[in-house]
Write a protein that binds this ligand. Structure first.
Ligand SMILES: [Zn+2]
Ligand SMILES: [Zn+2]
Length: 370
């Protein structure tokens, strides 16, 4: 269940002005209080333990703290990737208390790592979507031993030290007093099994380097802040461990004349002074080919001419934005003698320039919104 993150200062129960010593003291007290070894099976305590660890890990790092103070929870990157895990909370605790708190590791093969892949796409592919075959360099399951790491024809045997459980229990004197410390079996590294005859191809790792070809579907309207998750397409874990996930992001090439603002596309429409004064029909590029735009007589600099529905589709709803053509009246800087004469004549007739119509800045603001 997704929950709203609490303020880190509130989590630790300290003032925003708290110094390093205050933070340390608050963390020490709360981490001890909520440590899962003291609160067997209490989910709320587990959650608090993790929360306290996360808050301390950010606030005790001056750089991270400054970013948190400025940007809040948004400061620390993508929330679902590389977030603060339960394991990190234990690591922090062990670091803080010199490993005395003990840590229960999961037994069995470790899962493979998640991978991130950046794919370069064209502006048009981002607008209309496409499919692309990419190569993902990763650790794949060894075909020779089927990922087990044991030579073909042989099998991994249960670890004699932990009798296959992957865990060893020891009586230890900890900061909580005498207690049983359950940790990963050092002999089999918590896997519960020992490979006596390793597979030659993968040297007992159960995985080999591979370049996996993968068809990627680029959704229409994708932007650079969109990440696609391909479950189980990350690295294979060692000796049969579960596969990680693959996260795909996109780098979008710029368009020579269109600029994207969310679902809308902006285009600078250059018109000459006579075109602005007398009006004209002008051909403009769009992502769907050329399009005729009517510039009405008396068009002012900065006016926005909208081509409805010619923008970018929204990546979820599919509703297309608009193309906004922003009129740029190009004032000539070099005049021939006869042009100069014409402008001279116009100048004598016109006198004061017409006042800039109200709403010009409002219109511009509308165009750049989003
Ligand atoms: Zn192998
Ligand atoms: Zn073992």
């Amino acid at each position: 269940m997704a929950t709203v993150k609490r303020d880190y200062y509130e989590v630790l129960g300290v003032e925003r002005s708290a110094d390093a010593a205050d933070l340390k003291k608050a963390y020490r007290k709360l981490a001890m209080e909520f440590h899962p070894d003291r609160n067997q099976g209490d989910k709320t305590a587990e959650q608090r333990f993790k929360e306290v660890g996360e808050a301390y890990s950010v606030l005790s790092d001056p750089q991270k703290r400054q970013r948190y103070d400025t940007f809040g929870h948004a400061a620390n990157g993508a929330p679902d990737l590389g977030g603060f895990s339960f394991d990190s909370a234990f690591d922090l605790f062990d670091m803080f208390f010199g490993g005395a708190g003990g840590r229960r590791r999961q037994s069995g093969p470790q899962p493979g790592a998640d991978l991130r892949l950046g794919v370069d796409i064209t502006f048009e592919e981002a607008v209309f979507g496409a499919t692309r075959t990419v190569e993902v360099p990763r650790k794949g399951t060894c075909g020779e031993c089927d990922g087990s790491g044991a030579a073909p024809g042989t099998q991994a045997v249960p670890c004699p030290d932990c009798r296959g459980s992957g865990q060893v229990r020891r009586q230890v004197q900890s900061i909580f007093g005498q207690m049983v410390n359950v940790s990963a079996c050092p002999h089999c590294r918590g896997e519960g099994r020992i490979i006596e005859q390793p597979c030659v191809t993968c040297r007992g790792q159960g995985r080999v380097d591979e370049r996996q070809r993968l068809d990627i579907t680029i959704p229409p309207g994708v932007d650079e802040d969109v990440t696609l998750r391909y479950a189980g397409q990350g690295e294979a874990g060692p000796r049969g461990g579960a596969r990680g996930d693959l996260y795909v992001g996109f780098r979008i090439a710029p368009h020579p004349s269109l600029v994207r603002r969310g679902a809308d596309l902006l285009y600078e429409l250059a018109v000459s002074v006579p075109q602005a004064v007398l009006g004209d029909r002008i051909t403009v590029p769009t992502v769907s080919g050329e399009h005729q735009v009517d510039v009405p007589p008396g068009t002012q600099h900065g006016k926005i001419l909208k081509i409805a529905g010619m923008g970018v589709p929204h990546v979820r709803s599919g509703r297309r934005g608009d193309q906004l053509c922003i009129v740029h009246v190009a004032v000539p800087t070099h005049l021939s003698a006869s042009d100069r004469e014409l402008y001279d004549k116009l100048g004598q007739r016109e006198g004061k320039p017409a006042e800039v119509k109200k709403g010009f800045f409002d219109a511009l603001k509308d165009a750049f919104r989003g």
